[in-house]
Design a protein around this ligand. Sequence first.
Ligand code: ADP
Ligand code: ZN
Ligand code: ZN
Length: 726
Amino acid sequence: MSFAIVRVALPVPLPQCFDYTAENVCADDLGRCVRVPFGRGEKTGLIVGLPDAADLPADRLKPVIAIQRDAPALPADWLALVDFAARYYQHPLGEVVAMALPPRLRKADAVAGAEADPLLGLTDSGRDALAAAKRSSRPLTLLRQLDDHGPARRSQLRAADTGPQAVAEALKRGWIVPTVAPDPAAMAGAPSLTAEQQAAVDAIAASLGHFQPFLLAGVTGSGKTEVYLRLVQQVISRGGQALILVPEIALTPQLEGRVAGRFPAARVVSLHSALAEGARSQGFVQAMEGRADIVLGTRLSVFTPLPRLGLIVVDEEHDASYKQHEGVRYSARDLAIWRARQRSVPIVLGSATPSLESWHAAETGRYRRIELANRAVAATLPAVRPVDVRRETLQNGLSEHLLRAIDARLTRGEQSLVFLNRRGYAPVLSCPSCGWVSRCPHCTANLVLHLADKRLRCHHCSCETAIPRACPDCGNQDIQPFGRGTQRLEETLAERFPTARVLRVDRDAARTRAQWDALLDQIGRGDADILVGTQMMAKGHDFPKLTFVGVLNADSSLFAADFRAPERLFQQLMQVGGRAGRGELPGEVMVQTHYPDHPLYQCLARHDFARYAALQLEERKQARFPPFAANALLCANAPDVATALAWLKDARAAALPFAQAFGVQVFDPVPMRMVRLARRERAQLLVEALTRPTLQAFLSAWSTQLWPLKPPRDLRWHLDVDPAEV
Ligand code: ADP
Ligand code: ZN
Ligand code: ZN
């Protein structure tokens, strides 16, 4: 019997790994889950090393309890990925592993040999049944589909409109049987590519087999997805796997449908945080064992092991949701690029409004830029125009221009969208006589008025109360909503256009998946005339009858404290503008503003992203903001801000002796803009370096000093590398 040392990453907020002894360990155990004694209890971790010598003296090493050998071990390149993420984002490896591994695998339960998902095809008797059919039924509709499109996965058929019963019925009668998979890359119903699309596909396909990042900058509706699908086809026809990242769960079913429809024989795994534990673990193992051809998912799926990885696509690469804002604060887009390099595969970053970071990388030649300047179907981009509201009396925030534009759409039977830039737009309750506003008792935030269920809610913590009858400070009974929320706007529009069907599309109206789908359906059918929406409406949905978008309150982002706010505004307005006129009808966008000559609106009106990016990059260069510098934030929170500030001061003092040697600037700690959050107070300090490597080198040195800096009992801290907001 031989004893060896295993190094284990455990999900504890400590920077190091832990050594244990184990019997009969071999190299295959690297990447396996293991149960170990820890403190007074037990924990499950991952074996990340088999060192010759331990960190502890031999007599203090404890033996492991059990190594999980039923489930496959995580491969070496996966271990390298989480190790990189841990080092780059300055986060304990064990916690990165715990986040990246689905819970079932983590608990070291065996994941029962993932349910097979056979490809089902029509039998001769199925064809006979179809030919003899006199009436229609669900099983027959299913057979018709199979006859038209060829075999499909059982899971796909069960999820179709005909439902799981039809599948069971057809199987029982022998109308369909499992068939051998034809070429997974067999395509169904693909349009022929435009010249631009073809050029993009050719350029990227030429890089299959080696690392090359591409920035696919294509206006909304230019057919970027079609480009991805053609590339995916090439990859899977060579036996490779494709990883497609999308920003939001809400967008996965849509793309999933498109992918599954295009490649009926391919094994598609879709991964996102809303999946049940079991499904997530299964998809993960399926991908890891090479039993998936296409993996589609939100940011977390960047951690899916893919032995035959051939291509990575990051759709809407500029989207803020690729960056995680809690726990391990990673950017899935940035990790995806690292992964593409690690595995020598091309990566496509697609967007109509690329992030300035990616745009800059393309300008400087690190990425190759490919442009799709024209829409694939509708010939023209919408006309965009700023509407000067300086000398207008607004009606509840709506200008006469905008109202007339809506009126014209109503007359023509088309749809309009009134889009609210969310920033500063939530309606709060206020007292006109003493100035009282509804504030959250636990946060630096106002309570937001929800008329539908007559409550005041904090959007940052879970605090909520009933609407008071009178002002709590002065007793005035005439307290009023202040600011325009979507609900008030909905009321105003309904008053002005009494015959129109006004539909509100925001988080309140679409709390569940089903509600959201129902709303989209209703809009798609044309059962609404005026939509009132927030950023939920901006992305990814096509409504053929929507021809007008009016934007309110855009200006608040022009002068926001966060230097990325204008970039986001431009992206959001381009996106929302892209909703107008996707079908046959031409679109128009009006942006109400006090600054009609602002370069942002001027560039927007000309659809000139390149010009806007150049202006912004120049500003960033002057101000030494990313991508011309690399940032990190050290954040601390405690019951009172003084404690947080004091600890940050100590942290800064620890950095000063060597910061200069790295050419790194460590600023004074400041309270965060929103100081209080959920009864805790927060402060931060900014670290600024010239490049990412110098920032990394500095942070590694600094963090070895931060861990021993014993914080007060009630203080929590973390580092945010490449923060989304400063
Ligand atoms: P993007 O992702 O760039 O906004 P999509 O890929 O969603 O654009 O394409 C927009 C619309 O154009 C979709 O309805 C798509 O089916 C259609 N489309 C894309 N490429 C073509 C093409 N080559 N021929 C015809 N229709 C196309
Ligand atoms: Zn009052
Ligand atoms: Zn709160």
